[in-house]
Design a binder for this molecule. Sequence first.
Ligand SMILES: Nc1ncnc2c1ncn2[C@@H]1O[C@H](COP(=O)(O)OP(=O)(O)OP(=O)(O)O)[C@@H](O)[C@H]1O
Ligand SMILES: [Mg+2]
Length: 225
Amino acid sequence: MIKCTNVQKEFRLRGNIIRALVDINLEIYQGEFVFVQGPTGCGKTTLLNVMSGLDVPDDGSVILDGEDIARASEDRLSSIRRQKVGFVFQDFNLIESLTGIENVEALLWPTVLRSKEIEDRAIQALRAVDMLERKDHYPRDMSGGERQRIGLARAIIHQPRVLFADEPTGNLDPEAANHVLKLLKDLNQDMGTTMVVVTHDNSLTKYGNRTLKMERGRIVSGSKK
Ligand SMILES: Nc1ncnc2c1ncn2[C@@H]1O[C@H](COP(=O)(O)OP(=O)(O)OP(=O)(O)O)[C@@H](O)[C@H]1O
Ligand SMILES: [Mg+2]
């Protein structure tokens, strides 16, 4: 599903070069549930960004679903992101002026779908994350766990082939964190969605079938299935 070959990524900051990804070689297979772990600053977010087409590597190739996204045009990348990839952000990225269901529907705009179909799909996604009852609430009137679940509904409404989640449970208590992980696991099993999830929480990695460990921009274990 995803194959990274010799991927490098550096950041330059006030004359310093930060090697965020160093010679990453990695294959993630369709239907896998992979966790990414490692100390702060080791490159986890950068790796997700590069694998999902949110950022481009300096060198190397990233094949996503058969296509080299490291060399794709910006137009092509944005269509790949819209069609194939879902992203759950740590800070939820909800639009405060929209209700729960509008936040989910917004991911399909602009679209050729009719409004009835958009609503049906949004309701389906909200039901999957157990948030139908809160669909007309604004984000400010939701708990952290509820906001996170709306964020998850946003990430799955277009039925992505791969879902990237960057510390999706970072702000949640253990019970809410387990709930979110169970939802991800169900999606993985029912829809075959490939999952790549960053977490600091060792108690959650039991939901996956592989854990990648990163240190200083390198994958130090788990790169092979
Ligand atoms: N836009 C940027 N400009 C400069 N340096 C950056 C940029 N983004 C990331 N970095 C640096 O690259 C390294 C990897 O950052 P990254 O965000 O991938 O780490 P992380 O493993 O996700 O950390 P955390 O667990 O804290 O989220 C860090 O040293 C960071 O300071
Ligand atoms: Mg990060």
